[in-house]
Design a protein around this ligand. Structure first.
Ligand code: DX5
Ligand code: ZN
Length: 217
């Protein structure tokens, strides 16, 4: 079983955020998942540009920035400057999704689109060929530590089929409620990248947990 692991620093100890990123740099984690919340699209607020800029030099791992915010197109260049490598916007927050995807790519980042649990996979049909990443939200965005919504497995499978049909090379990332009990079936359903927050940072030795999750078969 092969997949990329993107620990979400949303669940890290915020009083030692820099140490958490340094730990991830030394760990077997593949990417660093950064959840940006605006208090409007979701009922929570998290990281802004100064924080992302401050932690960016602490690792060479790819910064996978997930924007849970309205009007994300207003800040594309700022996120590039802050150090984002992949920029993922929420489908539900974008009126002109095609334009936003092109602007992310023109800014020199990989472009991702996330869909909420209630958004049908088919809504991505006409965007798939342009995307580098599709993010399947397997919880309602806003908080770490929620339970995985089982119907997400069907959605991962349908997106995989839609991608094969149109020749899309996007990767499928799954975000929310992933743990050691459901990880294998999520990867078997077609996930290429797994986000995990609580499952990693609630343990006493996150670096060992990452190694264990990466070794799962
Ligand atoms: C939820 C965020 C997730 C969150 C996942 O809105 O997008 O990335 O950090 O946390 P866990 O793995 O704890 O569900
Ligand atoms: Zn996320």
């Amino acid at each position: 079983m092969s997949y990329l692991l993107a620990p979400s620093i949303l669940s890290a100890d915020m009083s030692h955020l820099g140490d958490a990123v340094i730990m991830l740099d030394k760990s077997q984690a593949d990417w660093v998942h950064v959840d940006v919340m605006d208090g409007v699209f979701v009922p929570n607020l998290t990281f802004g540009f100064p924080i992302i800029k401050a932690i960016r030099p602490l690792t060479t791992k790819l910064f996978d920035v997930h924007l849970m915010m309205v009007q994300p197109e207003r800040y594309i260049k700022e996120f590039k400057k802050a150090g984002a490598d992949i920029l993922t916007v929420q489908y539900e927050a974008c009126t002109h999704l095609h334009r936003t995807i092109q602007e992310i790519k023109n800014a020199g980042m990989q472009a991702g689109v996330a869909i909420n649990p209630h958004t049908p996979a088919i809504m991505l049909q006409d965007a798939l060929q342009d995307l580098d990443l599709v993010l399947v939200m397997s919880v309602n965005p806003g908080f770490g530590g929620q339970s995985f919504i089982p119907q997400s497995l069907l959605k991962i499978r349908s997106i995989k089929k839609m991608m094969a049909a149109c020749g899309s090379h996007a990767v499928i990332e799954v975000d929310g409620g992933v743990n050691r009990d459901n990880l294998v079936q999520i990867v078997e359903a077609g996930a290429d990248v797994i986000v995990a927050g609580n499952a990693i940072f609630s343990t006493s030795r996150p670096i060992d947990t990452i190694a264990e999750l990466k070794a799962m078969k």
